[in-house]
Design a protein around this ligand. Structure first.
Ligand code: HXC
Length: 513
């Protein structure tokens, strides 16, 4: 036995070496951790069970037979995060640049299959030079095997992708097919074609960082959902996000213990400014309504006119979608519609109830918006809310104008409850614009057009710049004082916790993509 044990230990030791000490030093010098160091940070101590540690590639092309590394550039297996089972893969850049080919891909597919069969989240830590050039088409096949599984697993188990180094070419599409992307600032980048190809084709000069770094994808493209200044923080974000999600679509997210007593929030009575034209930060409302310090914002720097994120309310996980009056007055535009629609669908897929805070002056007008498809994109949000079967509650804090009133989780499209603050204005549009249109002739014929306009504006405001018309129709279930909002919502979500709602039988809906 001694002899067998020694042999096994030797092989294990060899696998732990990855691409060797020098390459590990180079990895550290770039401010990056190694594949195993990352897993140590991610998983509960002593919980990692590695699979396929001794896997080798079979290629002899271009001298690859002389470059054998046990594990073939990816560490795979399962472990626990706060006691919960997760499946993981962590690409090892020190082995052939973390490049992916037949054996590497098979290892990833294996943990994906196990994750699906056992209903547990999959977390991928990506750090790879892409398709292993020496192995040719089998690398491409390997990617496609992964993409196919990503799609099959979508909406069944949570899939989370961290980008901790290069992620280029077709390799970007696996993370893009997962639920959340996390990027490390300064050390990671994602693009379909790199700066050299860009220069050749479009003559643009751009660095990797500008083209596809974490900040670019956080603010310009919206590709990444979370960024952090170092890898340890990226890994902490992964754990935080996972805590709001269930193991799979058949389960509910775990609730944390909650001690009642802090429901009344007087600060909320002071939030809405005197003038409807004045902005305020909706995040302050979210912070007051939800359990303190639990709000975890998604795509924070992208389409800032809508705020999306997870929080806890009375210990339970909720997805918050809130118009942001402090940015572009909280209008709905193309990017905000797409961002919110995606978040609503993610929450619905994983049984996370939805809380909508509404203060929206309407859709943003303009050629840019129309030509870039605000019709289709606005429809995405309408579709996402209408289709969602999780408990969903709307609180109208101020403006609920026009089509945006319908879209932002109105009762008409299936909200379970709609509350309004007394400051709510529920109308086709603001009083000023409305008066200008419906009293156009009177204003034009008047000796004092401005005075007539103001008079008509006041008339319209009297009729609609409040929640009581909508409440009279029953479109608003209750007008509540802001300081009571948290208490009302905790009770209401508790009341809705056993909600059952099913969609008509179909193959799948046809989301306006
Ligand atoms: C094989 C690779 C590799 C690859 C890197 N290496 N990328 N080996 N296939 N794709 C190896 C290098 O030879 C080197 O080996 C080690 O990894 C580290 O690479 P360096 O270049 O020294 O590192 P660095 O300077 O940090 O640059 C990283 C890099 C660069 C930017 C990723 O290596 C690079 O541009 N690689 C090629 C990227 C690429 O074109 N990939 C294919 C994309 S197309 P040694 O032995 O020196 O340590 C694609 C299609 C997928 O992925 C399609 C799916 C549909």
């Amino acid at each position: 036995m001694e002899q067998h044990r020694n042999r096994l230990n030797e092989l294990r030791e060899q696998a732990f070496q990855g691409g060797g000490e020098k390459r590990m030093e180079a990895q550290h010098a770039k401010g990056k951790l190694t594949a195993r160091e990352r897993l140590n940070l991610l998983l509960d101590p002593d919980s990692f069970e590695e699979l396929g540690m001794l896997v080798k590639h079979r290629s002899t092309n271009f001298g690859l037979d002389k470059q054998q590394f046990l594990g073939d550039g990816v560490v795979t297996g399962y472990g626990r995060i706060h006691g919960r089972l997760v499946y993981v893969f962590s690409q090892d850049f020190t082995v052939l640049g973390g490049s992916l080919a037949e054996a590497h891909a098979k290892k990833i597919c294996r943990v994906m299959d196990l994750a699906m069969k056992n209903g547990a989240p999959l977390i991928g830590l990506n750090d790879s030079g892409g398709a292993r050039i020496q192995e040719g088409v089998v690398s491409l096949g390997g990617y496609a095997d992964i993409f196919y599984r990503n799609v099959r697993a979508s909406g069944v188990i949570p899939q989370l992708s961290a980008i901790l180094g290069p992620c280029a070419g077709g390799a970007v599409y696996s993370p893009a097919l997962t639920d959340f992307i996390f990027m490390a600032e300064g050390t990671s980048y994602m693009f379909v074609t790199g700066p050299n190809v860009v220069k050749t084709v479009t003559h643009e000069e751009v660095t990797s960082e500008e083209l596809g770094g974490a900040k670019t994808h956080a603010s310009k493209s919206g590709v990444t959902h979370f960024t952090a200044s170092n890898e340890a923080q990226v890994i902490q974000h992964i754990k935080d996000v996972l805590s709001f999600l269930p193991q799979n679509c058949e389960e509910d997210p775990a609730a944390l213990p909650y001690t009642p007593g802090d429901e009344v929030r007087p600060a909320l009575d002071e939030v809405i400014p005197e003038s409807a034209q004045q902005p305020y930060d909706i995040r302050e409302v979210v912070e007051q309504i939800c359990d303190s310090g639990t709000f975890t914002e998604v795509q924070k720097d992208y389409a800032e006119n809508i705020v999306c994120g997870f929080a806890r309310l009375g210990g339970k996980s909720v997805g918050v979608v809130a118009n942001q009056p402090a940015f572009l007055a909280g209008v709905l535009d193309n990017n905000a519609s797409i961002k919110a629609a995606r978040f609503v669908r993610t929450c619905d897929a994983f049984n996370v109830p939805l809380l909508v805070l509404e203060d929206v002056p309407g859709f943003l007008p303009g050629t840019d918006q129309e030509w870039n498809g605000i019709i289709t994109n606005g429809a995405k949000l309408l579709y996402a809310f209408s289709e969602a079967t999780v408990p969903r509650i709307t609180v109208i804090t101020r403006k609920a104008y026009g089509g945006a009133y319908d879209v932002m989780n109105s009762q008409h499209i299936g909200a379970d409850l709609v509350y309004a603050w007394p400051t709510a204005e529920i109308a086709v549009m603001g009083a000023k614009g409305a008066a200008e249109i419906i009293f156009k002739r009177e204003i034009a014929a008047s000796d004092d057009p401005d005075a007539t306009w103001r008079e008509k504006e006041a008339e319209y405001a009297e009729l609609f710049a409040h929640p009581y018309n909508a409440a009279a129709r029953g479109y608003v279930d209750e007008v509540i004082l802001p300081h009571n909002t948290r208490a009302k919502l905790i009770r209401a979500f508790e009341m809705l916790k056993n909600k059952v709602d099913t969609l008509p039988r179909k193959k799948h809906g046809n989301l306006p993509l």
